[in-house]
Design a protein around this ligand. Structure first.
Ligand code: ADP
Ligand code: MG
Length: 621
């Protein structure tokens, strides 16, 4: 017999069953036998039930699978003493109540093929028996067909009690008491009440974010923590988002939606200026299931890569809709990880959609809006203005500003993502009036005053031009008169060899001449003024060290190298520009995608509207 009790009184039990540190020979001495159900469930509970938060996840997922419209979650003492989830779903029929507590009993799948098309959150039939193995459990449930509800209670290791009638309305309430009381070794692993409640709240929040159509309420020790009603439209959803993720996230996030036949992605992407030090505001849902998936995370990181400093984390909430047959959720018992049938395609779709959404920001939305300092007059607030009407893309002008590189780089007509035309109010960023301290350009537009960080804005302009040039149909690659020998590390040489075709598409022709030596034979015209050996080394270093998913790796590495080049090519602070040059820069910014931020994620310009200036001077009061 093996039970916690016997092991606990190790010294007094019969020698054959004491195995505090079993030796192989002692183990062999044990006869093979089928484990009792209760022990099987306790072992399974080890995988599914880690802490109150995991119990909440299983119970709420069951409520969602039962089509609940509202879900009430009540916790006492971090959910350790009591966790109750109450729903208004379809309920459990009386004669199935006992079955729900049996292992591998589920109403959600019945054929192997179902596993390939999972639309419910649960399907393993493990949660309730696992929870019942390590905590007290009451289930009260009533279906539409029942005259009243039925209640069943169980305690670990005890036979399930009798069914009793109960006045509960349609739906199900499941209460979990004294988690792990019968398993002291696991109970000891639980943290302080506050910590456990923190995990619990995070879990409930994720589920509420996954299902905006369902109302959720959460209480702790009798006090309401938050409550969100079911959302009908986007405005409702954003109110819920503000409750669950904070007002600031909503204020700084862009809604986007791309709906194709097979696949769709929608959600909110925070502007780069609202980046964070931690990855604590990143929510990804696949078909309504919260996931922490490497493909998804790296695709989004990559989408932000050239508007965000490497050490900063983007904030987002995205919903991926995909054919359930294209993802395997049965990878892990908690189902937080998934496996895409075609990870590369998923990566590319996620990355390009998110990137486009970030890049599609028009100048007047792209700017960062500094919050007023606490206590400062409201008039100091810079506010975004209404989006200006957009016309046809215009042919860009190139001037002397860019110097040599501009001769080959340029935004082709019609390729710019935002193409504001001069309308009655003049161009969106207006006309330059002068320079301040050699750092800022001031301009006047229809809205009021525009302040531009010259270097940051130009850096973005140069970067986008380089990218267009290199990622166009065929970059103008030119053979080098004298091939350049480059000494590199073994990893870098391997990377060059493995990616030689992709590098060639970028116009870089590299040949490996020895294990640690490469020869560069051709390079894009645009890059020929630069230290090509250093550029290739940087690129390969990034390629070799990158932990991103394979797809997009090269592009990611290239972005970072180009980012460095752009920074060096951009006009330096302190340089005096004449008005023509300033205006030219303004026009270039208007035509450049993602021009609201430099490639380190800092804002490039801000608008001070006239009414804000009026307020500054208390006019009209
Ligand atoms: P699974 O969710 O994997 O099917 P569970 O052990 O979580 O397994 O639940 C077992 C079964 O109990 C479910 O398949 C479902 O039929 C029923 N059930 C559990 N919770 C609820 C609920 N809140 N409302 C309706 N039915 C439920
Ligand atoms: Mg379940």
């Amino acid at each position: 017999m093996v039970s916690a009790g016997v092991l606990g009184k190790a010294g007094k039990a019969a020698p054959r069953t004491i195995r505090l540190s079993p030796t192989p020979s002692q183990l062999i001495a044990m006869p093979i036998k089928v484990l009792p159900d209760h022990l099987i469930n306790q072992i399974a509970a080890g995988e599914v039930v880690e802490r109150p938060a995991s119990v909440a996840k299983e119970l709420i997922e069951n409520s969602l699978d039962a089509q609940a419209r509202t879900i009430q979650v009540d916790a006492q003492e971090g959910g350790i003493r009591l966790l109750r989830v109450r729903d208004d779903g379809v309920g459990i029929p009386r004669d199935e109540l006992n079955l729900a507590l049996s292992r591998h009993a589920t109403s959600k799948i019945d054929r192997l093929e179902d596993l390939e098309q999972i639309c419910s959150l649960g399907f393993r039939g493990e949660a309730l028996p696992s929870i019942a193995a390590v905590a007290g459990l009451d289930i009260v449930s009533r279906t539409a067909a029942d005259e009243y509800a039925w209640k069943v209670s169980s305690s670990p290791g005890q036979p399930v009690g009798e069914l009793r009638p109960d006045p509960h309305p349609q739906g199900t309430s499941i209460s979990v008491h004294e988690l792990f009381r019968s398993v002291p070794a696991r109970r000891r692993f639980l943290r302080a009440e506050r910590t456990e409640f923190g995990h619990l709240e995070t879990t409930v929040r994720r589920l509420a974010l996954a299902r905006p159509d369902v109302g959720f309420a959460l209480t702790h020790n009798g006090r309401e923590v938050w409550k969100v009603p079911p959302a009908a439209g986007r405005a409702d959803q954003e109110r819920r988002l503000a409750t669950l993720c904070g007002d600031e996230f909503v204020e700084n996030a862009l809604f986007f939606c791309r709906d194709l036949e097979q696949v769709g992605l929608s959600g909110w992407l925070a502007r780069p200026a609202f980046s964070r030090a931690q990855a604590d505001l990143q929510y990804a849902f696949i078909n309504g299931r919260f996931v922490r998936d490497r493909v998804v995370v790296s695709a989004l990181k990559s989408a932000y890569s050239d508007v965000l400093h490497g050490s900063r984390q983007p904030a987002y909430l995205v919903n991926l809709r995909i054919d359930p047959a294209e993802v395997d959720v049965n990878v892990h018992p908690t189902k937080h990880e998934v496996r895409f049938r075609d990870g590369r395609r998923a990566f590319d779709f996620l990355r390009s959609t998110a990137r486009e959404a970030l890049g599609a920001e028009r100048p007047h939305q792209g700017m960062h809006v500094p919050r007023p300092r606490a206590g400062g007059p409201a008039a100091h607030e810079f506010r975004p203005t209404a989006q200006l009407p957009l016309g046809e893309p215009r042919a860009p002008g190139y001037g002397g500003l860019l110097g040599k590189e501009s001769a080959v780089a340029g935004v082709a007509e019609g390729q710019s993502m935002s193409g504001p035309a001069a309308d009655a109010g003049g161009p969106p960023l207006g006309f330059a009036m002068g320079q301040i301290q050699g750092i800022f350009i001031i301009a006047q537009n229809a809205e009021g005053l525009v302040l531009v960080d010259m270097h940051a804005a130009h850096e973005r302009v140069v970067l986008e031009r380089m990218k267009l040039h290199l990622q166009g149909e065929r970059p103008q690659s030119q053979p080098l008169l004298v091939p350049i020998d480059i000494e590199v590390s073994l990893t870098a040489a391997d990377a060059a060899e493995a990616q030689s075709e992709a590098l060639l598409r970028l116009g870089l022709e590299l040949r490996r001449t020895s294990p640690e030596r490469l020869q560069l034979r051709a390079a894009p015209a645009l890059l020929q003024n630069w230290d090509l050996a250093a550029l290739v080394r940087d690129l390969l270093d990034d390629l070799g060290a990158s932990e991103e998913a394979d797809a997009g790796r090269l592009e990611h590495a290239l972005d970072s190298v180009l980012g460095n080049l752009a920074c060096r090519a951009a006009v330096r602070a302190g340089r005096q520009l004449n008005l023509t040059e300033m205006n030219e820069l303004l026009r270039q910014i208007e035509q450049t995608p993602r021009s609201g931020q430099c490639n380190h994620g800092r804002p490039t310009w801000v608008q001070l509207p006239l009414d804000a200036m009026d307020q500054l001077f208390l006019r009209g009061r």
